[in-house]
Design a protein around this ligand. Structure first.
Ligand SMILES: *[C@@H]1O[C@H](CO)[C@@H](O)[C@H](O)[C@H]1NC(C)=O
Ligand SMILES: *[C@@H]1O[C@H](CO)[C@@H](O)[C@H](O)[C@H]1NC(C)=O
Ligand SMILES: *[C@@H]1O[C@H](CO)[C@@H](O)[C@H](O)[C@H]1NC(C)=O
Ligand SMILES: *[C@@H]1O[C@H](CO)[C@@H](O)[C@H](O)[C@H]1NC(C)=O
Ligand SMILES: *[C@@H]1O[C@H](CO)[C@@H](O)[C@H](O)[C@H]1NC(C)=O
Ligand SMILES: *[C@@H]1O[C@H](CO)[C@@H](O)[C@H](O)[C@H]1NC(C)=O
Ligand SMILES: *[C@@H]1O[C@H](CO)[C@@H](O)[C@H](O)[C@H]1NC(C)=O
Ligand SMILES: *[C@@H]1O[C@H](CO)[C@@H](O)[C@H](O)[C@H]1NC(C)=O
Ligand SMILES: *[C@@H]1O[C@H](CO)[C@@H](O)[C@H](O)[C@H]1NC(C)=O
Ligand SMILES: *[C@@H]1O[C@H](CO)[C@@H](O)[C@H](O)[C@H]1NC(C)=O
Ligand SMILES: *[C@@H]1O[C@H](CO)[C@@H](O)[C@H](O)[C@H]1NC(C)=O
Ligand SMILES: *[C@@H]1O[C@H](CO)[C@@H](O)[C@H](O)[C@H]1NC(C)=O
Length: 837
């Protein structure tokens, strides 16, 4: 079985695994160095109630998600860094690094994304590989296949702002970074001469489309520039990238031999040009994987070589400038310390009661918070194509909005409105420059659309939570609304890459399958899930129309947000449950697909296409109908009616989890475990969330249920640990049971802090199954001493927006408190969201 050329996201990891059996992917779990976990344990243990100025970076395990297809990049990065220094490994390694010790290291490189689903990999340009070459320049191995080496097993080390790996020939490689630059430090074994291969052409997805390399031996500077391709978008498009390597460490190092090489792994040759300084290669139209780069060595006795690297998406000059301004002559230790300080600023936005929290919960929480600020990549001032020179912020690796609107941005909204506003402005800039907001921008290129224009729920969430501060944060709400209307009303020429197939959606009230499209292009697949997502995107538009008093639009988009009902086929049954979402023909007839198809229980899971493939015929994206039929977060009350009432709904939820239809690693399922709240059974949600966390997340490299999806998983687990769940495009939080006795969330822009105390918290409840007699179920919620009207939910405007003391009182008997004792969470059909807050 080959990995499909259409790249995989979340659930496909599972599909691949199940189809491959276990042999090929059986991974030896031997990395990183055991000292990483020891160091973290010791740091957490050392915290006492008296500890001040906690260094939160010590609790972060950057290796979580670097195995089991987590696709996390453990490389050295600052928050939202454009540079993430990591090694690139052979085999399946989309983010560069993987723990699997049977894979070899290709080199160390500055550009990576974290938590991507791309199976080809993303970035990995400008690899440098240190080498021993005992028989001299002309005998050095330069091409990928010959220079790759194993690591020295169980020595990988990394922490926020620092990355290190040792090759099996004892060369230690270390890196640290700023936003667009960084330092590399190589320590060679005693008595060896330091050689380096610097790669012009290779990147992880093997997408080179031409470029140049120049060596300036006087300056000791090598510049590279070229074109490469997307990791999750049209292969016909290219992006430009540039690098600047300074080799002399401010004059402390002496360059010896230098030159260029070209070669080919398939033709098995590599030829060197000693003293040559220039390479200029175009795209190989015959499709060959042509390789080329520089080769150089140092003279002198020093075993340590320091190399400064700058990157840019604008020019080689700018790449060199970035290295000069961001690193200058700072030492490796300076940059590590600077990076750590930036990370502490982010991590300390949520402070927990460390001494009274189970240790691996502390590690899981801070490691997840770390990834929650690792992406998207801040490429402000590094723009190209239609974005060249934009005065607005620019973020790359929005990968994808379908993944991040549910938990990633709602978490950011709690504590970082300034950063959130910058990213919102970048989404709006997509609309300004291209006509629609980006859905899956990566590598500075448009990526494939998944559920439609999920960016609507991202900018929508910002607006409902921060409309009073929007202007101060640089966001014009009327402009934001225009961008929303473009997504909701204008059919793009090709809705594969942005916008939605909104012409036929408006005409039919659902996205019909097999419909005549005379003037717009896109794959006619996933009509069931696209309708469900389009409806929720319309809800985002409705929310902003309400905010801006656009009464007619409120009616229109409220109505359109109920379109999820139009793909509901009440006659379909599965496992005794009746009524499922289905795709539908233009004439109104439903196109039946078995609700089990594309679920983990699909008997043909090894052959069925469930992602973006043209022959995905089930009507759903990376999900089954069993899974997607729960998706109407704005109107769950009506969904309960469609499913036959509260009791059937609860039975159906229980069956969904018990029968194994649930996929923790799949975004459409994020809110499903808390569905019990809407049927007035909140204790059931608490039990379910405990099981989900312990069945799917831990602090090992394999500790994620599939890929991190740009920290969608990280932020989901953060909300689970905090005992909260956000409803996107609203200000409502669903209340669950915290895994920590006390936490404070700081919002420095609003200048407020909110403390949540779990009264009667018992660490013994932090288990997959809450033991009998141990307090864990919510009896009451008080805000500043006042009991809330319902124990199932509260509002951002009454809490985190103004600063509050929240007490969640826990009791042992779940049955006795298994109701909201007040209003249910809001739904449109029961009068929810009647007015903007
Ligand atoms: C914390 O500080 C208090 C008062 O300064 C002291 O009495 C107590 O022993 C300290 N506790 C620990 C664990 O260091
Ligand atoms: C590291 O471990 C892997 C898997 O056991 C093995 O294939 C490889 O040879 C080892 N590398 C070294 C340098 O021992
Ligand atoms: C160069 O590559 C060849 C073929 O892979 C290998 O046999 C040889 O040991 C390598 N030489 C060095 C110095 O690593
Ligand atoms: C590649 O060439 C080298 C040197 O000429 C030779 O030793 C090696 O066997 C060749 N490898 C392959 C795979 O043909
Ligand atoms: C590279 O070569 C092309 C022609 O193949 C030429 O147009 C271009 O100017 C050259 N670029 C550089 C930087 O030398
Ligand atoms: C992104 O980079 C720009 C330019 O340095 C900076 O002003 C901005 O604060 C950064 N934003 C984030 C979220 O890091
Ligand atoms: C919308 O109407 C409400 C109530 O009349 C008013 O308070 C609010 O300022 C209006 N908002 C806008 C954006 O006009
Ligand atoms: C939505 O509007 C359509 C057409 O105007 C109408 O037929 C339908 O009843 C409305 N749906 C709801 C739920 O109001
Ligand atoms: C609707 O169209 C589908 C697909 O062409 C067809 O199979 C079905 O019979 C049609 N239904 C009706 C009622 O004509
Ligand atoms: C479900 O239960 C809630 C609260 O008890 C009630 O308000 C609602 O009407 C019930 N829904 C249905 C469809 O029976
Ligand atoms: C935390 O550690 C305990 C005991 O080793 C283990 O049972 C539990 O699964 C771990 N939890 C997480 C989230 O890693
Ligand atoms: C508590 O509720 C009372 C009565 O509704 C209200 O007057 C008071 O302001 C509230 N106190 C706080 C701290 O919110």
């Amino acid at each position: 079985m080959t990995i499909p050329h259409i790249l995989k996201f979340s659930t496909l990891s599972w599909l691949l695994l199940s189809s491959l059996g276990t042999t090929w992917f059986e991974v030896v779990h031997a990395q990183p160095s055991p000292k990483v976990q020891k160091r973290i344990n010791a740091a957490i243990k050392a915290v006492t109630p008296n500890t001040t100025n906690i260094d939160y970076t010590q609790f972060v395990n950057v290796f979580i998600g670097t195995d089991n297809f987590g696709d996390v990049c453990p490389g050295a990065s600052v928050p939202f860094g454009m540079v993430k220094f990591s090694t690139d490994l052979t085999g399946y390694a989309p983010a560069g690094y993987v723990t699997d010790p049977t894979q070899k290291i290709r080199g160390l490189s500055p550009l990576h994304d974290s938590g991507t689903g791309s199976s080809l990999g993303t970035y990995g340009n400008f690899e440098i590989m240190p080498s021993l070459c005992p028989r001299g320049f002309n005998t050095c191995n330069t091409t990928l296949a010959t220079r790759e080496r194993f690591r020295k097993n169980n020595t990988d080390d990394a922490s926020p702002g620092y990355f290190a790996q040792t090759l099996d020939n004892e060369i230690l490689m270390e890196a640290t970074s700023t936003r667009r630059a960084g330092l590399e430090r190589f320590t060679f074994p005693k008595g060896s001469k330091p050689y380096f291969v610097l790669d012009l052409a290779n990147d992880l997805p093997n997408s080179f489309a031409g470029g140049t390399m120049d060596i300036d031996p006087e300056k000791g500077r090598i510049t590279i520039g070229g074109l490469w391709g997307s990791s999750f978008g049209p292969g016909s498009l290219n992006y430009q990238a540039f690098a600047c390597y300074d080799l002399l460490d401010g004059g402390k190092q002496i360059l010896d031999e230098f030159g260029v090489w070209t070669g080919s792994t398939s033709a098995n040759f590599s030829i060197k040009g000693l003293g040559e300084t220039h390479l200029n290669l175009t795209r190989s139209l015959i499709g060959d994987h042509y390789e080329a780069g520089a080769l150089f060595s140092f003279s002198g006795k020093s075993r340590v070589v320091n190399i400064r690297v700058g990157v840019s998406f604008v020019s080689t000059d700018q790449a060199c400038q970035n290295a000069e301004t961001e690193v200058g002559d700072a030492t490796f230790e300076d940059i590590v310390a600077q990076s750590k300080a930036l990370w502490n600023e982010k991590l300390s936005k949520i402070e927990i009661d460390v001494p009274n929290t189970p240790r691996n919960i502390t590690e899981l929480l801070y490691s997840s918070l770390y990834r929650a600020s690792l992406t998207p990549n801040n490429a402000t001032g590094e723009t190209q194509g239609v974005f060249a020179g934009t005065p607005h912020p620019y973020f790359d690796s929005l990968y994808c909005s379908w993944d991040t609107f549910r938990t990633y941005y709602p978490l950011m909204a709690l504590h970082s409105p300034v950063e959130f506003a910058q990213i919102v402005d970048s989404y709006l800039d997509g609309w300004r420059k291209l006509g629609w907001m980006p859905e899956c921008r990566a590598n500075n290129l448009p990526g494939w659309t998944q559920g439609g224009s999920s960016g609507d729920n991202i900018v929508g969430h910002f607006a409902v939570n921060y409309h009073n501060e929007a202007a101060e944060l640089g966001i014009d709400l009327e402009e934001l609304y225009s961008a929303l209307l473009a997504d909701g009303e204008l059919n793009p020429p090709e809705w594969n890459v942005m916008g939605r197939e909104v012409n036929v959606y408006k005409q039919y009230g659902y996205v019909p399958f097999s419909v005549l499209e005379t003037s717009s292009t896109g794959r006619q697949t996933r009509e069931g899930s696209r309708t469900l997502e389009y409806a929720f995107e319309d809800f985002a538009i409705r929310q902003i129309a309400q905010l801006l008093n656009k009464t007619d639009d409120v009616a229109t988009f409220t109505n359109r947000s109920l379109s999820y009902r139009n793909v509901w086929d009440p006659t379909v049954t599965s496992d005794g449950f009746k009524g499922f979402a289905q795709k539908r023909f233009p004439n109104g007839t439903f196109a039946f697909t078995d609700p089990v198809d594309c679920s983990p229980n699909d008997k043909h899971g090894d052959t069925r296409e469930c992602s973006l493939q043209g022959d995905n015929v089930v009507g759903f994206y990376e999900s089954s109908s069993w899974e997607y039929s729960w998706f109407a977060p704005h109107d769950t009350a009506h969904l309960i009616q469609l499913m036959g009432g509260n009791n059937t709904f609860v039975k159906r939820l229980d069956h969904f989890f018990k029968a194994g239809y649930y996929l923790a690693g799949n975004e459409p399922s994020f809110q499903t475990p808390i569905g019990y709240h809407y049927a007035n059974r909140p204790s059931h949600s608490i039990d379910r969330v405990r099981q989900i966390v312990f069945n799917n997340f831990d602090v090992s490299p394999a500790g994620l249920p599939g890929n991190d999806d740009q920290a969608a998983m990280a932020t989901l687990v953060v909300f689970h640990l905090l005992g909260l769940y956000p409803v996107p495009s609203t200000t409502q939080f669903l209340v669950l049971s915290p895994f920590t006795p006390k936490y404070t969330i700081h919002n420095s822009f609003l200048n407020v802090s909110t403390t949540v105390t779990a009264k009667n918290f018992d660490a013994r409840s932090v288990k997959k199954n809450i033991p009998e007699g141990v307090a864990a179920y919510v009896n009451s919620v008080t805000i500043n001493g006042n009991k809330t009207e319902s124990r199932c939910h509260f509002d951002f405007f009454d809490t985190f927006k103004v600063g509050a003391n929240i007490v969640i009182e826990l009791v042992p008997d779940g049955e006795s408190v298994d109701s909201c004792a007040g209003s249910l969470p809001e739904s449109l059909s029961t009068g929810g969201w009647a007015a903007a807050r």
